[in-house]
Design a protein around this ligand. Structure first.
Ligand code: ZN
Length: 412
């Protein structure tokens, strides 16, 4: 079997997909189920059909493009990622795994390979939390991590529910039917840009993921008492922002004192009400993003944050309401998928680094229902989620080649 990646075609498709955007190039903004995203999905489905794949969409908009194997009843071998993009993002996050996955299937076809298990490209819907506040909505539903009822009730900034938005987008069927049977996939592999600097630093062209870190996100509302900045004296104050400031530092210290560099906590949003120069802040909303590779350690940081909330609430006489939006478990990548990837690297003569994924991906959820692995390629300076995100054509083609070889191993 002679596998050859059509690098020019893959790059042209990547550039074309980047033109489906609501931002000025090189930035890409493609929020799920907006008119531009629907056009991009249509374009992608046409490319899959052109490649001879049989395409279906489920009720939440996950796209499946299948190449039937010699044993079509056997569990499939899947690959894929996402094409939605946060505002002002780049053109590689997710897209490399989708178009690379498509090119891997085309390369296998061109080589004369005939899979025993069906091979399937899966384009996950709503990986980014931009529109509905929860990331990986498609894969959470596929894996049964989130119930159809809870998913259908999520709303966007305009108050429109997932249920309504997806129906307007033309998606049929019921969200209850999105969940895949436990034996649907024999294996799943996601190709992705690293979104960090480790491959570049170690000068290795490929990364094989061993673990995917466990994310948790928290919304905190601090309620104090407002008033005139001149009229209310310091002993009488219940300043919500001062309490929030102490809490932010307590969150930082909770992550720092976990004893492991893998514990990370970020307060990325701090909304102050009323936000006037001469008015004492009466209300503050914070968001916390917490990640770790060990579930127990991540949970103990969560507890430390909750205990800081209780202490500060008493000390500063403010009401603090924490609401955990999600607290997912980490995932181990499957030994057989890691072996298929590392064997493929060795056969092709490529060095690789075994590494942890600190960003989370749809693979975190697919790993609940299928043996799953991830293959990383470098991205310049580790930049991602910004317009200057970049992966070289050679790295993209190399990742696609290793992916194709691994898919062949897993489906033989
Ligand atoms: Zn991604």
């Amino acid at each position: 079997m002679k596998l050859e990646i059509d690098q020019n075609r893959l790059l042209t498709e990547l550039e074309t997909l980047a033109t489906f955007s609501d931002a000025e190039p090189p930035a890409v903004t493609r929020v799920v189920f907006t008119p531009i995203d629907l056009k991009a999905r249509e374009w992608l489905i046409a490319r899959c059909e052109e490649a001879g794949l049989t395409v279906r969409q489920d009720a939440v908009g996950n796209i499946f493009a299948r190449w039937s194997g010699a044993d079509p009843g056997a569990p499939a071998v899947g690959t894929g990622s996402h094409i939605d993009a946060i505002p002002n993002a780049g053109k590689y996050d997710g897209v490399v795994g989708v178009l690379g996955g498509l090119e891997a299937l085309r390369a296998l076809r061109r080589s004369g390979f005939r899979p025993k298990n069906s091979l399937e490209l899966l384009v996950f819907a709503t990986e980014e939390p931009t529109r509905f506040g929860v990331g990986c909505l498609g894969s959470r539903l596929l894996s049964g991590t989130l119930s159809a009822e809870a998913a259908g009730r999520l709303t966007d900034h305009d108050g429109e529910s997932v249920e309504k938005v997806r129906r307007i987008a033309g998606l049929k069927g019921n969200l209850q039917d999105v969940k895949l049977p436990a034996d649907y996939y024999k294996a799943f592999v996601e190709l992705h840009i690293e979104q960090g600097p480790n491959l570049e630093r170690s000068q290795k062209p490929l990364g094989i993921v061993t673990r995917i870190a466990a994310p948790a996100s928290l919304h905190i509302s601090v309620e104090g008492a407002g008033g005139h900045a001149g009229g209310v004296l310091m002993p009488d104050r219940r300043d919500a922002l001062c309490a929030a400031a102490e809490l932010i530092l307590a969150i930082e210290s909770a992550a720092r004192s976990s004893g492991a560099v893998d514990s990370v906590a970020t307060v990325g949003v701090c909304d102050v009400f009323p936000g006037a120069v001469n008015s004492i802040p009466s209300r503050v909303q914070l968001t916390v993003d917490l990640r770790d590779t060990e579930l127990a350690r991540r949970n103990s940081v969560m507890q430390a944050i909750e205990s800081a909330i209780r202490t500060l609430s008493e000390k500063r006489h403010v009401a603090i309401h924490p609401e955990w939006l999600n607290a997912d478990a980490p995932a181990d990548c499957a030994p057989e998928v890691r072996a298929a990837l590392s064997d493929s690297c060795r056969t092709q003569g490529f060095q690789f680094l075994e590494m942890v994924s600190r960003a989370y991906h749809d693979s975190l959820f697919i790993s609940r229902i299928a043996p799953t692995g991830m293959l990383f390629i470098p991205c310049r300076d580790g930049y991602s989620h910004r317009p200057d995100e970049y992966a070289s054509p050679e790295d993209i083609a190399r990742g696609t080649l290793v992916l194709a070889a691994a898919l062949a191993r897993l489906s033989s």
